[in-house]
Design a protein around this ligand. Structure first.
Ligand SMILES: Nc1nc2c(c(=O)[nH]1)N[C@H]1C(S)=C(S)[C@@H](COP(=O)(O)OP(=O)(O)OC[C@H]3O[C@@H](n4cnc5c(=O)[nH]c(N)nc54)[C@H](O)[C@@H]3O)O[C@H]1N2
Ligand SMILES: Nc1nc2c(c(=O)[nH]1)N[C@H]1C(S)=C(S)[C@@H](COP(=O)(O)OP(=O)(O)OC[C@H]3O[C@@H](n4cnc5c(=O)[nH]c(N)nc54)[C@H](O)[C@@H]3O)O[C@H]1N2
Ligand code: SF4
Ligand SMILES: [Mo]
Length: 739
């Protein structure tokens, strides 16, 4: 069919936004992008069910997606612009005009007086799932001339990005495991049965992993017996020791002649230098440092190397330790050396549906450093650990205005009280959110954004990493609720009222802008989709356009080139060869031999829950009422420190202290403590405020001392803490006194 013909099955289009009936769309909370069937009545989303006809998720959903209408319809949601009128959290509703005029005027004054260096932004995780927001945010910053940005990257993926930069020549280029053909999957520091996969778009991931386990093996390396580890094989390690596991595996592979020399010679440089470095590793010692028997480690290496379709995949748990970048480099090195890279069932690069983006942007690392601490930028973002001082410390480039979109650094980044102090000291702080979250409560204005049910979109963030290529275009399910507006429109309004120009690339675009003929970012993407691998080339061939996708309300599977063919042409390096011993690897090895030290007596790690998404959705009673934000402690540690199951404890380190509930369990090994992030609410969400969890990030440090310098990664897994019991009567007395 060519797209010039009328769209098939036209009545299958979704009803217009807000019309009664069932609307098929997709969830934009996590990377699974599951199909949803949303029932709309009287202009409101009243129920959400799985979309069984979505060809990608095939009826998979989780409890968060099924309850998202509770968030969209939440009475605590911000539905008009709010202006701060008193202490943090004290707001009064104002009109959009009043808010936008005042913001534009104050912004203009800061720009005139201090220049664009004084303007910074923080852009949070949900922005990746809102195409119009993700794309227009760049335009907004460009219009302001603002270059300084913060994001959760340094709490999440910076180490992976820097490893990508070193080995692939492009920080943006991520490889992922080809689950559908894999026979042995080594998972390090990821919990896909709860997270639903990260840098890995596979909504039915449990089915994929079960199928691999049925054919072969799924081996999970994790300090906690996670939901994923319990279902498959678990290799428990002490936090931040998996670097030794990786080095021990590599040494075994070199020693026992298991290197795929042909593949390496064809696709990589510097094998000899890597081999020489790995020769320093003693396998017995490596095994003992990560808590394994030597033979078990060697067997793991042999099994990995000799299974033709195997992949080593890692995620957040490998991205937050003192040698996170080296660990990520070694995961890729392991895949390459054992001949698993670019092969079916191994680690692969995906193709994207958008024209132009098959050639990866080279670089994405460095090209500047933070004002405080000179930490290299990653994807042009600064490390969160210097954000408070970037605001508080006077001097050239001091941040005076902050635009925060879809983020909550007070609960998700390091900083605690100093960050709160910094946010309060700003001359202008504007938050785009649909809640007054713990960070937005310090803002001068909170501007109400739309939720994903109120947006047209497609799953743009996953496009270059889809294992099973899929595309879905969705209309908005309901109209914007209250006075909520798309960030995209608000950014443009601020730019216009501040007397600045929205950036354009061509004279035609400029003319269209001047005429007020404005395409939304999603509409703009139609061109890239139509000229991309699966596009219709404007009617020249059978393929996809947004218009045609409108007729396929459950989304469609699409054909893209075989990802294993010519994968090397996607590398950032001009000679299309990987670097196994890039200068970053060399320098990080030198630092590793010099500075590595075993984990502390009590090492704290985090966890996620299927009912939570980072610091939000905690206002939905159904999701939080049975969730326990308790500190997991092994029975031996509980006995040693006098802690009781269900009792309370104080945990502290040099950065902060907090009181938490204790759960005694063998899920963690002796010496490992585990607590989830994103709690400790005191924003404008009443149900969330009533939950007992605490903000674990007060235990994280600030400044250069508290990051992995090369990537700016906040040191947040395996951090040192002390613990002591609080006897419940003491705690009660303290609470009563406080009240
Ligand atoms: N339900 C739910 N899903 C989510 C989210 C959520 O909040 N809730 N958040 C989304 C986001 S933003 C992201 S980035 C992804 C993250 O996706 P994942 O990385 O799959 O999820 P995590 O639960 O963070 O898994 C990290 C694992 O690393 C382990 N770990 C900690 N320290 C170490 C270590 O030193 N070595 C090893 N080997 N493991 C270690 C932890 O015990 C944990 O099991 O999840 C996404 N999906
Ligand atoms: N200790 C510890 N800290 C962590 C982590 C950890 O594992 N342990 N995980 C880290 C990770 S991986 C991440 S990604 C970060 C997340 O950290 P952040 O991105 O800073 O924060 P979120 O908790 O995702 O908060 C998102 C906010 O965006 C709002 N929001 C949701 N959708 C939209 C939208 O469409 N538009 C607008 N304008 N607002 C919206 C929500 O209401 C919420 O207030 O946390 C990090 N922090
Ligand atoms: S797994 Fe849950 S949160 Fe993630 S996309 Fe699917 S329904 Fe949404
Ligand atoms: Mo994340």
């Amino acid at each position: 069919m060519s797209s010039a013909e009328p769209v098939a099955n036209i009545e299958a289009r979704c009803p217009p936004p807000g019309e009664d009936g069932v609307h098929f769309t997709f969830c934009r909370l996590c990377e699974a992008v599951c199909g949803l069937a949303v029932t709309v009545k009287g202009g409101k989303a009243v129920a959400i069910a799985p979309d069984k006809l979505n060809p990608h998720s095939q009826g998979h959903v989780c409890v968060k997606g099924m309850n998202f209408h509770e968030t969209a319809n939440d009475p605590d949601r911000v539905l008009t612009p709010l202006k701060r009128v008193g202490a943090p959290g004290e707001f009064a509703p104002v009109s959009w005009d009043e808010a936008l005029d005042d913001i534009a005027m104050r912004l203009r004054a800061i720009l005139d007086e201090r220049g664009p260096e004084a303007v910074a932004f923080y852009i949070g995780n949900p922005s990746s799932f809102a195409t119009d927001l993700a794309i227009s945010h760049g335009g907004f910053m460009k219009a302001l001339g603002a270059r300084k940005g913060y994001s959760p990257g340094s709490q999440d993926s910076n180490a992976r990005s820097v490893a990508n930069f070193a080995l692939f020549g492009s920080a943006m280029l991520n490889a992922f495991p080809d689950l559908k053909d894999c026979d042995l999957l080594l998972v390090l520091g990821a919990n896909p049965l709860v997270s639903n996969g990260s840098i890995l778009f596979a909504p039915r991931i449990r089915h994929d992993l079960d199928a691999i386990a049925a054919r072969g093996r799924v081996i999970v390396v994790d300090p906690r017996a996670t939901e994923t580890a319990r279902r498959y094989e678990h290799v428990p390690v002490r936090p931040n020791t998996d670097i030794w596991l990786l080095l021990g595996m590599l040494r075994t592979i070199f020693e026992e002649g298991l290197v795929d020399r042909e593949a390496v010679a064809e696709h990589a440089h510097e094998l000899d230098r890597l081999e020489a470095e790995i020769a320093r590793v003693d396998v017995a010692q490596a095994a003992s440092l990560c808590g394994m028997a030597e033979e078990a480690l060697r067997d793991l290496a042999r099994a990995f190397a000799t299974t033709p379709r195997a992949a080593a995949y890692s995620r957040v748990g490998l991205c937050r330790g003192p040698f996170a970048t080296l660990a990520n480099c070694m995961v890729t090195a392991l895949n390459v050396v054992a001949g698993k890279f670019g092969r079916h069932g191994g680690m692969i690069f995906g193709y994207t549906l958008l024209a132009g983006s098959d050639r990866n942007s080279v670089g994405g690392y460095g090209g500047g450093t933070t004002r405080i601490g000179n930490i290299p930028l990653v994807h042009k973002y600064s490390a969160s650990a210097v954000m408070p001082d970037d605001i508080l410390v006077e001097g050239e480039g001091q941040v005076r205005a902050l635009f925060q979109t879809a983020g909550n650094p007070v609960l998700s980044a390091p900083g605690g009280e100093r960050l709160e102090l910094a946010l309060q000291s700003l001359d202008l702080f504007v938050a785009f959110d649909f809640y007054v979250n713990e960070s937005a409560r310090f803002a001068d204005y909170v501007l109400p954004s739309t939720t994903f049910l109120e947006r047209a979109d497609f799953p743009y963030v996953c496009f270059n990493i889809l294992m099973r290529p899929f595309v879905h275009y969705t209309e908005a399910v309901v109209e914007p609720i209250g006075e909520a507006r798309h960030e995209h429109d608000v950014y443009r309004e601020i730019v216009r009222r501040a007397g600045l120009a929205w950036p354009t690339r061509t004279p035609e675009e400029r003319e269209a802008e001047d005429r007020g003929d404005i395409e939304t970012p999603v509409e703009k993407m139609d061109k890239a989709l139509r000229t991309g691998f699966a596009g219709d080339r404007f009617g020249e061939r059978e393929g996809w356009s947004i218009e045609r996708l409108r007729g396929y309300r459950h989304g469609v599977m699409v054909d893209l080139p075989d990802p294993t063919e010519g994968w090397w042409t996607r590398l950032g390096y001009a000679d299309h060869k990987l670097r196994l011993f890039h200068e970053i690897v060399e320098a990080e090895f030198a630092r590793f031999w010099r500075e590595w030290s075993p984990p502390p007596r009590l090492a704290l790690i985090g966890r996620r829950d299927i009912r939570s998404i980072n610091s939000w959705m905690h206002n939905v009673d159904k999701l939080v009422r049975s969730q326990e934000a308790a500190l997991l402690v092994h029975p031996d540690d509980a006995a040693e420190f006098g802690l009781a199951d269900g009792g309370h404890a104080r945990i502290w380190n040099k950065h902060g202290a907090l009181e938490v509930e204790v759960s005694v369990t063998e899920e963690v090994a002796p010496g490992t403590l585990c607590y989830p992030h994103g709690w400790g609410h005191r924003g404008g969400w009443k149900r969330a405020n009533a939950t007992p969890g605490r903000n674990i990030n007060v235990l994280l440090g600030l400044g250069v001392e508290s990051v992995e310098f090369v990537s700016g990664t906040t040191l947040m897994d395996g951090i040192e803490v002390s613990i002591a019991p609080i006897h419940d009567n003491e705690e009660l007395a303290a609470r009563t006194a406080a009240e």
